[in-house]
Design a protein around this ligand. Structure first.
Ligand SMILES: Cc1cc2nc3c(=O)[nH]c(=O)nc-3n(C[C@H](O)[C@H](O)[C@H](O)COP(=O)(O)OP(=O)(O)OC[C@H]3O[C@@H](n4cnc5c(N)ncnc54)[C@H](O)[C@@H]3O)c2cc1C
Length: 387
């Protein structure tokens, strides 16, 4: 085992959470190393839908990474009743995660971070006020450790920061689009077919990512629902091999320990129950962790209470609300679908998403949303049709 170097901060994992933290730290001239087990660019099972709040979080342009951008959303019930809600504002931008993650880590490296890919972290140890991070052949030391290593986080397994018993899962496959099909599909969410979840269509440039999400981790036959859906759309998947991963919700119970190790993104359990969205919470938690570490390095004291307070206010509060709303929504279908697709609630949803509000902000800023709706500033239309 070769001792390599000591860093101020080591980040394990170069997904959106780790790269966002690394970018912010490197920009503050902090000596940071990011380690990822896979050589980059690497595949990541994800539909790559970036909500407005996600792409607003970056202080640089992501436009070259965007494969498709949309102002409208189609919500259907059992693939029979459809609502096309559209307006004049962007709702989502679609990226390809393999390229997007590579772009984000490159941003961090260009800002001064060191990146070691294709290197799995095998052990982390906290001793005498510093961390040792071991890989198969090397070991590093640091004062601050960020666990950005996804749901099976070695950092969380080592330090037991958050219990991992609350999650759903999602699977996906890409379907190539023929010349006739390009532009035919909208961003679509189909409810009522998958128990406690939905089927989705996320169009990209030359293909559509079609997937299934469920909050019910014991659900069987999810693959069959997905293949039937793809067939009903007249599409052919690029392979028979579906890729999937768990979606963690346990971050609503996150408690920051008083030693300088922070979990971010999926490692912290910051997945959103209603939709399975995780990239925003990964980026946001990465930024918060970096800001708290920068400030702690200046003050010489790990400001763990500030971290917990900020997580609570800026992430956990919204995730908790999403969890309760999601529980209600999925257990009261089709009533909840019909309510949500009413002109008023559909409009509130549109306004809130297009402004980049989190669930809790949608409530606290309801006056802003309602006044915009009353004046119809976004020119929202909600067209219902049947198939
Ligand atoms: C099918 C599917 C579709 C999804 N679609 C969307 C979507 O459209 N929009 C959205 O917002 N969210 C979506 N999500 C959720 C989103 O993908 C995650 O929330 C997001 O990737 C979390 O980012 P992260 O940086 O925390 O973790 P990750 O992106 O999982 O990155 C973790 C990194 O850690 C590395 N790592 C792990 N262990 C080690 C180790 N021991 N040593 C070194 N490196 C290690 C991994 O290689 C990986 O690169 C989807 C999830 C799934 C499963």
């Amino acid at each position: 085992m070769i001792y390599m170097k000591k860093y101020d901060v080591i980040i394990i994992g170069a997904g959106p959470a780790g790269s966002s933290a690394a970018y912010m730290l490197a920009r503050s001239k902090i000596n940071v190393l990011v380690i990822d087990r896979y050589p980059f660019p690497r595949y990541k099972p994800c539909a790559g839908g970036l909500t407005v709040k996600t792409f607003k979080s970056f202080d640089f342009s992501i436009s070259k990474e965007v494969k498709y951008s949309t102002n409208n959303v189609v919500a259907s019930y059992k693939n029979k009743i459809f609502h096309n809600i559209s307006g004049n504002k962007t709702l989502t931008k679609m990226v390809e995660r393999k390229e997007f993650d590579n772009f984000l880590i490159k941003k961090a490296v260009d800002s001064g971070a060191t990146f070691l890919d294709g290197t799995k972290v095998t052990e982390v140890v906290w001793k005498d006020g510093e961390f040792s991070v071991k890989t198969e052949e090397q070991f590093f030391q640091c004062n601050y450790l960020i666990g950005a290593d996804g749901t099976n986080s070695i950092v969380n397994r080592t330090f037991n920061i958050v219990e991992k018993d609350l999650y759903g899962f999602a699977i996906e496959i890409n379907c190539p689009l023929s010349k006739d099909n390009i532009g035919k599909f909208n961003m679509t969410f189909d409810f009522g077919t998958i128990p406690n979840g939905y089927l989705w269509i996320f169009p990209k440039d030359q293909y559509a990512c079609i997937g299934a999400y469920t909050t019910n981790r014991k659900m069987k036959d999810i693959q069959k629902y997905l293949f039937d859906y793809i067939e009903s759309l007249g599409l052919v998947p690029e392979s028979k091999e579906l890729k999937g991963h768990i979606i963690p919700y346990y971050g609503i119970y996150y408690k920051q320990p008083d030693f300088p190790c922070i979990l971010v993104g999926d490692a912290a359990g910051f997945g959103e129950y209603c939709t399975g969205e995780g990239i925003y919470y990964a980026v946001k938690s990465g930024i918060i962790a970096a800001e708290v570490i920068s400030s702690s390095i200046k003050s010489g004291i790990f400001e763990y209470r500030t971290l917990q307070r900020r997580y609570q206010k800026e992430i956990i509060r919204g995730l908790k609300l999403a969890y309760h709303i999601g529980k209600f929504f999925y257990s009261h279908l089709p009533l909840s679908f019909n309510l949500l697709m009413s002109y008023l609630l559909g409009g509130i949803l549109y306004e809130s998403a297009s402004r980049g509000f989190t669930f809790d902000q949608s409530f606290s800023k309801i006056h802003v949303i309602l006044s915009s709706l009353l004046l119809n500033k976004s020119h929202i239309s909600n067209n219902k049709y049947y198939k």
